[in-house]
Design a protein around this ligand. Structure first.
Ligand code: BGC
Ligand code: BGC
Length: 853
């Protein structure tokens, strides 16, 4: 380092000063996200139903619990009420702190591998069980409960049967099928050693912009109510029967209590603003049947009801759920959900226990939660009676599951029976579910069913992609970044069509981009949403892929060539696709079918003798929108005017002709995809790029651009399209900053493992480069990027990820982010950038490791 070069630290200060100055110059003031819990309105528990809890007095069970608890210290008791995540705790921790439960979150896997083997899962379950049973350090040998999101089959595990997501199941209207799906899910979950699933979701999604719409069965409370008991009984077995919670069944958690599907503007974890009677009538519909079926666990929701977080709402958890609705199981919180209650943090929340929470899902925060809860009990902040009640509720579930006598997960009846994962019998049920879930919206001139003896071209990026057809909560949280080999027991939609067509003597060709040499008789175009989960799937309108008409153009190309087109649409919600519907001859809403893509061929194709194999049976359980802004479009609402009404669904007996649909989306104003800050070489709406140099910050409105001192020169560069990237060359100290017009609240994102993903390309050497996310003067987090730059192969476009958690650790206040990305270096550096967006594991090829900092 020469004497004239300022130290990296001083350099950073200089530049940050420049940015703050410029922000002040354009009138940006730091706003503080202070929130207070509003005073709840008057509540009325008598508005709620009184389902019967199906367990009578169980004196033996209670006596056993009493005896057990007599010897338990405060620490032992609190331990039973804390659930940590396998990514953040070890069997050793369980042994030491005698925790009651572990979970595997969507991105948490044995050895950190999303494609871990079933045997690794089982070994992990054994290790946690053994740690819980170890009495050598004074523990009481209370078996651990291992919970997992087996939400459409045992969907975290390679080889498992993947059922359609709930939105597709809702279209079947078949409660008996739910029971069978529950049974199979339980069996496959037991094979890999867990005894608890975080399912079913009984949300009643009302605004389809919500990223979790597909986790709900229906917008109609009656449909949800007609499914919830069957699913719980399938998972747990029937109360009173020998099968109940035996080794072939798992404990079920009904979620998310309450109002998760009713949040304003469909914002995940948002606020449901309805009166109490509406909350009961719509959002509570699935709970009474589930409780009567004996659901052992209820998961409290992230969302608020009229401004009050439900996880801290004593009226809902205690007065309504436990007292009025007679729920005798236990309440678990959702992934640090307790931390969102005003006055709480992820590590401390006596309020939640006092409101009625029995177990805290404290994935990465379990240690703090444990310590602070012990302290709160000792201080009397949480009454001992409340703790005793919670422990009793947890122990009841463990006893009902027979865990004290069951032995290691691998020694239990199904432990390690890997042949059951994706077994032919299980897959047959999933395939039946796929067949029954397909909803036919249009069948012009009776183009369907197809003759398998002809030449069928199968196109579209959903045609041969099991990951895409399975959606979120598949092998990882977002369901992205998987490969064909991860799905040994599955058929893509193309594979199913190909098998049947070839058996019948026809030809099936796969051409994702739709090109062909031999002219096909018909084209099947499979397209739709790419996988997402939770808030990552929240969208601003119901427009399908705004700004990207590639799929529409594909359909139109076949039409122009005079080839009939059958559109198969994969989606987690109804979307505005009127143009695609108009362009295609037939249109099938296939939802997110899961591993059994072959179920699509069963309905689309005749058999070799020309007979219909299976007719369409699916009926919309969500109303289909007429415009992209018909967000809350639910049957029974005033002014209800959908494109396709709730219950719609053609069969082969119907006239499937459709007059052309209106092609105006009804959108006014710009539409930025949430979480995308810079794409195709341009800042998204609501964001701008600034060039930072010693003399201040200037907006970059056109390229090429350069700082006054010439330290940084930026020019356009071709990545995937012409000039869709910025090439930035540093020869001295300077920076670029991506600035948001309005502060961004990334609290939800930072709770998970969301990261800032930069699609970038390094030209020359990797030199020191700092990345800062800023939140106003004196607020921000800076990380050093040189190690990550060094891992990018020079000259190759690479997606690099900076976990939000790293930025938080470095000081960022995620509730008010003004500058999601500021890059500074003294160079020399040659760095190109085409996209800056939020993403998750699987989207980044190289991820910054800040664990050691
Ligand atoms: C989700 C729950 C899920 C839990 C555990 C949360 O973020 O909201 O539905 O069960 O994580 O993965
Ligand atoms: C999800 C978890 C997931 C995590 C990723 C949470 O919001 O619910 O299941 O594993 O984020 O960090």
């Amino acid at each position: 380092m020469t004497a004239t070069t300022p130290s990296p630290h001083r350099r950073r200060m200089l530049l940050r000063g420049a940015l703050v100055l410029s922000l002040a110059g354009i009138g940006i003031a730091a706003t503080c996200g202070a929130q207070t819990q509003p005073t709840p309105a008057a509540h009325d528990a008598t508005l709620w139903p009184q389902p019967e809890w199906p367990f009578g007095a169980e004196p033996e069970l209670e006596a056993r619990i009493t005896a057990l608890m007599a010897g338990m210290s405060v620490e032992d008791k609190v331990g039973q009420l804390i659930q940590g995540d396998i990514a953040s705790l070890t069997p050793e921790d369980v042994r030491r702190y005698r925790l009651g439960s572990v979970l595997a979150g969507g991105n948490s896997d044995p050895g950190g591998r999303y494609d871990a083997s079933p045997a690794q899962w089982l070994a992990l379950a054994d290790a946690f069980y053994e740690a819980s049973m170890d009495t050598s350090t004074g523990g009481h040998g209370i078996p651990i409960l291992f919970g997992i999101d087996a939400v459409h089959g045992q969907s975290n595990v390679v080889g498992a049967t993947l059922f359609p997501h709930n939105i597709g199941l809702g279209a079947t209207r078949d409660a008996d099928l739910m029971r069978r799906i529950g049974e199979i899910t339980a069996v496959e979950t037991r094979v890999t050693g867990m005894e608890w699933t975080f399912a079913p979701t009984v949300a009643v999604p009302r605004d389809d912009r919500w990223g979790r719409t597909y986790e709900g069965y229906s917008e109609a409370p009656e449909v949800v109510a007609s499914f919830s008991a069957a699913m719980v009984e399938g998972l747990q077995g029937e109360v009173g029967s020998e099968a109940f919670l035996d080794g072939r069944h798992v404990a079920s958690s009904v979620k998310h209590f309450l109002g998760d599907g009713g949040t304003r503007n469909g914002i995940d974890q948002g606020d449901t603003q309805v009166d109490e009677a509406t909350l009961v009538r719509i959002h509570n519909a699935g709970y009474p049947p589930a409780l009567e079926a004996g659901a052992q666990i209820v998961m409290a929701s992230f969302n608020s009801w009229n401004g009050v977080k439900t996880t801290g709402n004593r009226h809902l958890l205690t007065d309504v759920l436990k007292a009025r609705m007679n729920f005798g199981g236990f309440v678990v919180s959702d992934w640090n959900g307790h931390g969102q209650i005003p006055g709480c943090s992820n590590e401390r929340c006596p309020q939640a226990f006092n409101a009625g929470l029995d177990m805290a899902m404290a994935p990465d925060s379990w240690k703090g939660m444990y310590d602070s809860t012990v302290a709160a009990v000792r201080a009397g902040t949480i009454p001992m009676a409340r703790i005793d009640d919670a422990v009793r509720r947890v122990l009841r579930v463990k006893l009902r599951l027979g865990l004290f006598e069951a032995g290691r997960p691998s020694q239990r009846p199904l432990g390690g029976d890997y042949d059951l994962l994706g077994s032919p019998a299980h897959r047959a049920v999933a395939r039946e579910a796929v067949r029954k879930s397909l909803v036919l919206l249009k069948n012009q001139g009776g183009v369907l069913p197809l003759d398998p003896r002809r030449h069928v071209l199968v196109a579209g990026d959903g045609a041969d992609d099991v990951g895409k057809q399975s959606g979120g909560w598949t092998l990882n949280w977002q369901g992205r970044g998987t490969r064909r080999a991860d799905f040994p027991n599955a058929d893509s939609i193309f594979e199913g069509i190909e098998r049947q067509v070839e058996a019948a003597g026809g030809t099936a060709t796969l051409a994702v981009d739709g090109t062909y040499e031999a002219r096909p008789d018909v084209a099947v175009v499979v397209f739709g949403e790419d996988p997402y989960a939770e808030f990552q799937g929240d969208v601003p309108t119901l427009a399908y892929k705004p700004g990207d008409d590639a799929d529409l153009e594909l359909i139109r190309r076949f039409e122009a060539d005079g080839i009939p087109v059958v559109a198969v649409f994969l989606s987690g919600r109804p979307l505005w696709v009127n143009r695609e519907i108009n362009a295609a001859d037939a249109f099938v809403a296939a939802w997110l079918p899961g591993s059994e893509g072959a179920g699509v061929a069963d309905v689309l194709l005749r058999d070799a003798q020309g007979r219909v194999q299976h007719d369409f049976q699916g009926r919309l359980s969500f109303s289909w929108p007429r415009t992209a802004v018909q967000f809350e479009n639910n049957v029974g609402q005033p002014g209800y005017d959908p494109q396709f009404a709730f219950g719609y669904g053609l069969t082969y007996a119907d006239d499937g002709d459709l007059a052309p649909l209106p092609e105006s989306p009804g959108i006014t104003g710009p539409l930025a995809a949430p979480g995308v800050y810079f794409a195709r070489g341009r800042a998204s709406g609501g964001f701008s790029m600034r060039l930072l140099a010693g003399d201040g910050a200037q907006p970059v409105t056109s390229l090429p651009a350069a700082s006054g001192d010439g330290h940084l020169r930026i020019e356009g560069m071709d990545h995937e399209a012409q000039e869709d990237a910025w090439r930035m060359r540093w020869s001295g100290e300077a920076g670029v900053a991506l600035v948001a017009d309005e502060p961004l609240d990334l609290t939800r994102e930072a709770n998970g493992d969301v990261m800032l993903v930069l699609h970038a390309r390094r030209g020359g050497d990797a030199v020191p480069l700092s990345l800062t996310a800023g939140c106003g003067e004196g607020c921000g987090g800076t990380v050093e990027m040189q190690p990550l730059l060094a891992r990018m192969p020079a000259g190759t476009w690479t997606r690099i990820g900076v976990p939000l958690k790293c930025l938080v650790r470095a000081g960022l206040d995620v509730a008010r982010v003004r500058v999601p990305m500021q890059l500074e270096t003294a160079g020399p550096l040659d760095l190109a950038l085409s996209r800056v967006a939020l993403g998750t594991q699987g989207e980044a090829e190289q991820v910054l490791d800040c664990s050691a900092d």
